[in-house]
Design a binder for this molecule. Structure first.
Ligand code: PEP
Length: 249
């Protein structure tokens, strides 16, 4: 089974009203009828701006996080229902920067995944090992533990989730996993999905993220178990992001 690929940009904490306008102008002009699904995951204050700009285009709107809680005294958080108000289609969950700087555990990531699914938002669940874990030969154990936490979210089919393999040592460092390194971890994740939900495993998209750029995208995206990309830095440069989209067919 070949999945339609998904190319999702993660703008992280970058942008301004003016910079977003310029980036979106260029993306909307260049995106045409892409041969893959496309999304931009933007900072929460810009959801309304980007929603207005991408409406009716092939670019879907994504958030970078979602609260595990439905509402209430959780200062600074955004609920899935609030994201619904802005037509958000995807939410990144468990990004390594959230795990590292905000202490998000596998349990919190699972609760956020459930909160997104309950509101019809597709979680892009990030898993990935640190350099120390890779060097200690623990890559498989770490990514399997992280994926296991979200595999049995109550009442939802695992096929509603997108998985992103993002080796922490490759994020924002310019060090990309080689296509072989990435494929071998993707194959481990696919096998785990197959074991948990054999009839759906082939249809679950597993993205690669970690310094994917215009030059290396085609080779990474050509691997059998790489179904798209989660793109940080290169998603802020329209020509680069458009080239990655063009490589995803
Ligand atoms: C990311 O933040 O998800 C990411 C993959 O970043 P970069 O592409 O900059 O490594």
């Amino acid at each position: 089974m070949t999945n339609r690929k998904l190319i999702a940009g993660n703008w992280k904490m970058n942008g301004s009203l003016a910079a977003n306008e310029a980036l979106l102008d260029a993306l909307l002009q260049g995106v045409g009828a892409p041969g893959c699904d496309v999304a931009v995951c933007v900072p929460a204050p810009y959801l309304a701006q980007v929603q207005g700009r991408v409406a009716g285009s092939p670019i879907a709107l994504g958030a970078q996080d979602v609260s595990a809680q439905p509402q209430g005294a959780f200062t600074g958080e955004q609920s899935a229902a609030m994201l619904n108000d802005f037509g958000v289609r995807y939410a990144i969950v468990g990004h390594s920067e959230r795990r590292q700087y905000h202490g998000e555990s596998d349990e919190v990531v699972a609760a956020k995944t459930a909160a997104a699914l309950a509101r019809g938002i597709t979680p892009i669940v990030c898993v990935g090992e640190t350099l120390a874990e890779r060097e200690a030969g623990r890559t498989e154990e770490v990514v399997k533990r992280q994926l296991a936490a979200v595999i049995h979210v109550n009442g939802h089919c695992i096929s509603e989730i997108v998985v992103a393999y993002e080796p922490v040592w490759a994020i924002g460092t310019g060090k990309t996993a080689s296509p072989e390194q990435a494929q071998s971890v993707h194959a481990v994740l696919r096998a785990q999905l197959h074991h948990a939900a054999s009839e759906h495993a082939a249809g679950i998209r597993i993205l690669y993220g970690g310094s994917m750029n215009a030059a290396n995208a085609a080779e990474l995206l050509g691997q059998p178990d790489i179904d798209g990309g989660l793109i940080g830095g290169a998603s802020l440069k329209a020509p680069d992001f458009l080239q990655i989209i063009a490589a995803a067919r």
